[in-house]
Design a protein around this ligand. Structure first.
Ligand SMILES: *Cc1c(COP(=O)(O)O)cnc(C)c1O
Length: 393
């Protein structure tokens, strides 16, 4: 798409047909189900904080939907990632492999553990961690020692985990990433924060690695206000995440006994109430989001613009729609024209390797990430208001 007036006008026309006049957010929450009833009942129960039955109910609904055996709900997705990394055994001084093309929370959670991220490249199609880049980097750096774990021959540090991220809700080549990591003794913590409702083959994103993480921030597919969850099939890892996220408090009828430095990361009941209601709307929201994406796809196909598509054999939640512009110079004028019209389009995140606090971290050259990131543009992707009637219970 060229950046002149007509191109911006043309795109704005499509967005206006989708979302109507007025301000258009990138991704807004939708409360047209039973949210009010769930919240009222929660308040009337007097259990609005971390005790209360709705957290368990929300966790059960997430487990049923994702197929994960265990779900631990947390205050946000970042805390879920932090917990998952700790439970996966990441310690101070370790290295953790991840992609440079991600939201800052991915790297922040790694930094919270005292480990250092190593930034690897993404695939140009999935925009998620590239199995080819991962295998190449491991071939050059990794050796498996007698402890069964992977070590970086060059830095002398342990490679304690790998955190691939399902960008914009489109599943990456997760089975390949997990297989490569398994061969090296590296646990995988999937950042599926954007991917509730996305599947690779017949498995839900976030259930391939030892642990996976979801977010229910206000801009995600469903929201609890703030919230997140750790997914795992391993009962011991789940119990450990629950313990560490509940101030490491030991079961006792009345005494306060804590056996390590824990975190106050559990999701409050009030947020879980919202989550239970949102889960009821989720299947319909996914249907409508797929239709929004299909209309974008047709619009851009007719104009020869590269629309970011999910890989074959995956189904995406179509959280955020995106295009890849022919040239980086095309992006700023589109951002400006849409901002002027009160329509939020967004450049993709700055590469994590280019942020000041991570600029010193190792990376693999990031050829694809560096080439693509300046040309990626995210588009408004909410459920359109005119579809709200379909969501009412
Ligand atoms: C949203 C998000 C998170 C964390 O979510 P919060 O709930 O906002 O803490 C982590 N990783 C990615 C890729 C995200 O998009």
């Amino acid at each position: 798409m060229t950046a002149d007036g007509p191109a911006a006008e043309d795109l704005l026309g499509h967005i206006r047909r989708e979302y109507g006049d007025g301000e258009v957010a990138l991704h807004r929450p939708v409360f047209v189900g039973d949210e009010r009833r769930w919240l009222r009942e929660c308040v009337e129960s007097n259990f609005v904080s971390t005790a209360g039955s709705l957290v368990g109910e929300f966790e059960r609904r997430l487990a049923a939907f994702t197929g994960a055996a265990h779900v631990v709900a947390t205050v946000n997705g970042t805390s879920a990632l932090h917990l998952a990394l700790r439970v996966a055994g990441v310690e101070r001084g370790d290295e953790v492999l991840t992609q440079a093309l991600s939201f800052v929370a991915t790297a922040n959670a790694i930094a919270y553990t005292g480990a250092e991220p190593v930034f690897l490249d993404v695939d140009a199609d999935s925009l998620g961690l590239s199995p080819v880049a991962l295998a190449a980097w491991l071939h050059e750096h990794a050796e498996r020692r007698d402890d069964g774990r992977a070590w970086n021959r060059r830095s002398g540090r342990r490679i304690a985990a790998c955190v691939p991220m399902h960008t914009f809700g489109n599943p990456l080549r997760i089975a390949a990433v997990v297989a490569i990591c398994a061969a090296h003794g590296i646990p995988v913590v999937e950042d599926a924060a954007e991917a509730l409702g996305s599947r690779a083959g017949d498995r839900h994103a976030g259930t391939f690695g030892a642990l996976g993480v979801l977010s229910f921030n206000g801009n995600k597919v469903i929201t609890t206000g703030g919230g997140g969850a750790v997914l795992t099939d391993d009962a011991a890892l789940a119990a450990r995440a629950r313990h560490l996220g509940t101030t490491a408090r030991c079961a006792h009828p009345y005494e306060f006994v804590h056996d390590e430095v824990g975190f106050n990361y559990r999701l409050p009941n009030l947020n879980a109430a919202l989550g239970c209601a949102q889960m009821e709307s989720l299947p319909m929201m996914l249907t409508i989001k797929a239709e929004v994406a299909a209309r974008y796809r047709r619009f851009f196909r007719d104009r020869g613009v590269a629309f970011v598509e999910p890989l074959p054999d995956t189904s995406s939640n179509h959280w955020l729609n995106a295009i890849v512009l022919a040239s980086a110079e095309d992006r700023e004028p589109l951002l400006e024209a849409t901002a002027r019209a009160g329509v939020m389009t967004r450049p993709v995140w700055r590469l994590l390797s280019q942020l000041p606090m991570y600029a010193h971290c190792a990376h693999d050259g990031l050829a694809v990430s560096r080439e693509l990131a300046p040309r990626l543009l995210n588009l408004p992707s909410s459920v359109p208001e005119r579809e709200f009637a379909r969501l009412r219970p």
